[in-house]
Write a protein that binds this ligand. Structure first.
Ligand SMILES: *Cc1c(COP(=O)(O)O)cnc(C)c1O
Length: 425
């Protein structure tokens, strides 16, 4: 049996871990069946506990943009680990990574490191509230900003997959400070602002959405948000946990040519170790403790092990910016290939792509917001997912997730992937 050992390991895991996983999407509930258990990975490939090999299209959900066990990152982490993993006392490498990140990303002077994207977004909103002296935030249906209470209001991917867009445990009090708008709907945002005059601290969004599939903002929408925020004294928060150091050195700010007020990072910035960060102009960051009154802290924040992985990763990307073009080219090749096969087979589909973010939707209308992202045919998606898995292609196990290509994927791998799509249908 192809997945025998994975199946046994999953049964054992379920006895001790809720649902057998430490993050819900891994459990395959949206696609049915059981998850595979990974033994090891190198470059573009995952190897499961049964000895099957997969071309990996999630790269740990984004961080491993140069592929698994990338040598310079590994070397940096191993060397650092020998000298101690955490002190809770300042180290030089924190400044090195901060300096490099600030030099790569437009419009930021200072950065604070945390341990996850969730923590980055949660802290950024607190900073925005402290800075503006206002309480409410606007978020967009289908955008995911981690699992802190304020954001679990129509939160995309994981939360949608599990049919609990408003999670139990989030209080009414918290929920009422989060106002909800539709992605790409500037008029809706204007209406919310007018109804909550001088009460809104921040508008937070994924500048290119990746948690309801990949959704591209219209120029009018993203520019309009910037203008509205400036006019109304609202901070514009770009959640670049997914887009940061993936769409280019300067992330979505650079790709879309729009300045945000606070930018949040995660995923790539940690090189595969748990790192998140938020950054802004010095004047805004000056409100953060210990410089200012807005409290934020972390026992393991900025630990040398995590910083060494992040520094090695960003150094690679900074010295080889052609990586971003290479990734976008590969993703465009994949898009074209899959599009041709699906068209030839008469399968209704939409493919959205921005740089190296891509998603395939089995529906006939353009996918531009959360509502349109839910119209895909889920039976077709399940068949597609499992058909690809059986042929050694690991795709995101949810129709609401964007694929993340890594640069270790070769054109031969892409061709094999496209052929596999043909075999599934
Ligand atoms: C992954 C993700 C997060 C959450 O990051 P974690 O490290 O999983 O907490 C937040 N925002 C976006 C856009 C993400 O893709």
């Amino acid at each position: 049996m192809r997945y025998q050992r994975s199946s046994a390991l999953f049964a054992e895991a379920k006895k001790y871990i809720p649902g057998g996983v430490n993050s819900p999407v891994r459990a395959f509930q949206a696609v049915g069946g059981e998850p595979i258990f990974i033994k090891e990975a190198k470059g573009a490939y995952l190897y499961d506990e049964d000895g099957n090999r997969y071309i990996d299209y999630i790269a740990s959900w984004g961080p491993l943009i140069l592929g698994h066990a990338h040598q310079p990152v590994l070397d940096a982490v191993i060397e650092k680990a020998k000298k101690g993993t955490s002190f809770g006392i300042p180290t030089e490498i924190e400044t090195e990574l901060a300096k490099l990140a600030v030099s790569m990303v437009p419009n930021i002077d200072k950065i604070r490191f945390v341990n996850s994207g969730t923590e980055a977004c949660m802290s950024a909103v607190r900073l925005a509230r402290g800075y503006t002296g206002k309480d409410k935030i606007i978020k967009f249906a289908g955008c995911y900003h981690g699992h802190s209470d304020s954001f679990l209001i129509q939160a995309g991917s994981g939360a949608v997959t599990f049919g609990s867009p408003n999670s139990p445990g989030v209080t009414q009090g918290t929920a009422q400070d989060t106002l909800l708008a539709d992605y790409n709907d500037l008029e809706g945002v204007k209406t919310l602002i007018a109804a909550n005059k001088d009460e809104i601290a921040a508008i937070i969004l994924e500048p290119v959405a990746g948690n309801m599939g990949c959704i591209i903002p219209t120029n009018e929408f993203i520019k309009g948000l910037r203008e509205l925020c400036t006019k109304e004294g609202i901070l514009l928060l770009f959640d670049e946990v997914m887009t940061g150091f993936r769409l280019g050195k300067g992330g979505a700010q650079e790709a879309l040519n729009i300045d945000a007020d606070i930018v949040m990072f995660g995923k790539v910035i940690g090189g595969g170790l748990p790192v998140g960060a938020f950054a802004a102009r010095a004047e805004i960051m000056g409100h953060l403790a210990p410089e200012g009154p807005v409290y934020q802290a972390g026992t393991l924040s900025g630990n040398p092990l995590a910083m060494s992985a992040g520094l090695a990763m960003l150094t690679e990307l900074n010295t080889k910016p052609e990586t971003f073009t290479s990734l976008a080219d590969k993703t465009a090749f994949l898009q074209k290939g899959i599009e041709e096969v699906l068209t030839e087979k008469g399968i209704t589909h939409q493919i959205n792509r921005f740089g190296s973010m891509i998603s395939v939707h089995f529906c006939d209308e353009p996918v531009v917001d959360f509502k349109s992202s839910t119209r895909g045919n889920n039976d077709t998606f399940k068949k597609y997912f499992h058909g690809m898995l059986d042929q050694g292609i690991y795709l995101p196990p949810s129709a609401f997730e964007s694929y993340f290509l890594n640069d270790a994927i070769s054109y031969a791998d892409l061709e094999r992937t496209i052929e596999a799509v043909g075999k599934v249908f």
